[in-house]
Design a protein around this ligand. Sequence first.
Ligand code: SF4
Length: 112
Amino acid sequence: MDGWYVDDRCTNCDVARQFAPGLIGEADGKSVVLRPPADDAENRRLHAAVFACPTRSIRPLTGRADQSLNPFPMHLDDGVLICGHNSPHTAGANSYLLPRPSGTSMMIDTPR
Ligand code: SF4
């Protein structure tokens, strides 16, 4: 696919497809880029997949991904944040940060 590819380190953990459905799909036991993003919203979704991928396998043909498009930590509902930067040491698990009213926070799973 023009512009982006998935390298052969992909472990088929599914994280990229969760963040960028329709842009990244599965073929032959790994992720593949189905098409380039068509607008800013899709570009943000693709870059969420790029910066969540535990093996950093989603790559632009031109070199490195634009670090300024790293969306993490990303706010979800009710103040919960998803950390991105998934770790290969947790099999690519998504990690979350939950701020508590007391001022402390709880992390569920750990990013890289
Ligand atoms: S997040 Fe990375 S390792 Fe996981 S399926 Fe997508 S490209 Fe492969």
